[in-house]
Design a protein around this ligand. Structure first.
Ligand SMILES: Cc1cc2nc3c(=O)[nH]c(=O)nc-3n(C[C@H](O)[C@H](O)[C@H](O)COP(=O)(O)OP(=O)(O)OC[C@H]3O[C@@H](n4cnc5c(N)ncnc54)[C@H](O)[C@@H]3O)c2cc1C
Length: 424
């Protein structure tokens, strides 16, 4: 039994262009491909498949973008978590992985353009350094961008340039990358779903997939109907409960965001005049950016402490004020959280659990970009084109014993460990 939920009370849900209301599935239908999960992975995969002429059906247990895709920091960050492990084997593989680093962002830009999706897409991002060793990492990354003739503006910023760009003394340097950027993620996800529907794709909200019967044709059962399909794609990521063995391969890590009241132009000028998205390098990281209506959206990874906005605000606001003490009188209007899927080896998990049942999950904090890449790779793999798929399939992450039963307790321990490591 699954009880469908509405969106969490986030700034994104409050500022969504449209509240989706795709009908529940009632009755038995047929599709070439049935996608389970209506976040970026599911919608993006389905849209790619529909663009290629397949009939697709997306089943979403709650609402389109209800999971991490409609709740995240909205930072479009090039790169793939764990990518050093992927690229090592040969120069050819290195080139393939380098191109994949940016493909998801490219797909987002193409879609926003093609389907005229109104989602506040902006260019401009900085990776900030907290310690000297982070500066060395950024210098290496800058050199790599140069070696690969990266087509967007990119530049190392000194400590004082970083202070001028971000109005805080918290960082010792940064790397600006104008190919990365930020977006209203829920509006992007919903816009892509509407594009899918315009191409004839079927979308059913409040329709949990409850059971999968394998075979030459796969049958996915829901409370009031079923989809029979040649292929099924599991795209539930950290919110997936249907296949416990897949769930057992990821840590469900919690991340929370607060959104301030809209800031004045003077305040904006002191804290982020160039409207850059910002992310720090810690595992227990902080990330922030401005919304289109001038709020500071400040996020951080944290221990699990539930969904109560008051509690979230109590935990995150002091972290925001450490970076921006000048905002001490600014009200917080929204506070919410979501779950990120983090594999032990940090490499996104793309694979098949049966010849005609694929999955994609575990992007850590790079999901906005990588889900869009993954959608294309899974669509390719379904039609037998597996070059990029095989890069990931060769890196299976080990199962995490007990994570299905003791998830939150294990996450707390994990956050403690990584928090200590960040401080070294
Ligand atoms: C607070 C937060 C901040 C983040 N910030 C960033 C960021 O700034 N940049 C970045 O790149 N990444 C960020 N991420 C990560 C990113 O959001 C995710 O990696 C990405 O959205 C995952 O997309 P997804 O479609 O795979 O999963 P989700 O968006 O979680 O979607 C999964 C969907 O599957 C549905 N589902 C599950 N099981 C079933 C079933 N049986 N039947 C039907 N439906 C089902 C769920 O209801 C859900 O809607 C953040 C995540 C969080 C939580």
């Amino acid at each position: 039994m699954h009880f469908a939920q509405e969106h969490t009370q986030s700034y994104y849900a409050a500022s969504a262009n449209a509240a989706t209301d795709f009908a529940r599935l009632k009755g038995d239908i047929r599709a070439d491909i049935c996608v389970i999960g209506g976040g970026f992975t599911g919608v993006s995969t389905a849209l790619t498949l529909a663009e290629r002429g397949h009939t697709v059906c997306v089943l979403e247990a709650n609402r389109i973008g209800w999971g991490a895709s409609g709740r995240n920091g909205g930072q479009i960050i090039g790169g793939i978590s764990g990518e050093a492990k992927l690229a090592d084997a040969s120069p050819e593989l290195g080139k393939l992985v380098w191109d994949m680093r940016w493909r998801g962002s490219e797909i987002i830009r193409e879609r926003v353009d093609t389907y005229k999706i109104d989602c506040d897409l902006k260019h401009g991002y900085v990776d900030v350094a907290i310690k000297a060793r982070h500066v060395s990492d950024l210098e290496r990354e800058e050199a790599r961008l140069g070696e690969h003739d990266y087509p967007f503006e990119h530049r190392l910023l000194s400590r004082s340039e970083t202070r001028d760009a971000l109005g805080t003394d918290s960082y010792v340097g940064s790397l600006m990358n104008m190919g990365n950027g930020h977006v209203h993620p829920l509006n992007l996800c919903v816009g892509e779903a509407q594009a899918l529907a315009s191409l004839g794709g079927a979308i059913h909200e409040q329709t949990a997939a409850l059971k999968i019967d394998r075979g030459d044709a796969v049958r996915v059962s829901t409370a009031e109907g079923s989809v029979t399909a040649d292929f099924v794609v599991l795209a539930g990521n950290a919110y997936q409960w249907l296949d416990r063995s897949l769930r057992g391969r990821i840590f469900p890590v919690r991340s929370y965001i607060i959104a301030t009241a809209p800031l004045s132009d003077e305040q904006l000028d002191t804290i982020n005049p160039h409207d850059l998205a910002v992310c720090d390098p810690n595992f227990v990281l902080e990330y922030f950016r401005l919304s289109a209506d001038k709020r500071l959206l400040f996020g951080g990874r944290c221990n699990y402490f539930g969904e109560d906005p008051q509690v979230i605000q109590r935990e995150l606001r002091p972290r925001m004020l450490k970076v921006y003490p000048q905002l001490k009188n600014v009200k917080v209007d929204y506070a919410w959280g979501g779950t990120i899927a983090v594999p032990v080896n940090r490499v996104p998990q793309l694979g098949f659990i049966a010849p005609n049942i694929a999955y994609s999950q575990g992007y850590s904090g790079h999901g906005v970009n990588v889900t869009h890449l993954a959608g294309e790779i899974i669509a390719d793999a379904i039609s037998g084109k597996k070059e990029r798929f095989n890069v990931f399939a060769g890196h299976r992450s080990p199962r995490i014993p007990g994570v299905n039963r003791f998830g939150n307790a294990m996450v707390s321990l994990g956050m403690l460990y990584y928090g200590l490591k960040d401080r070294l």
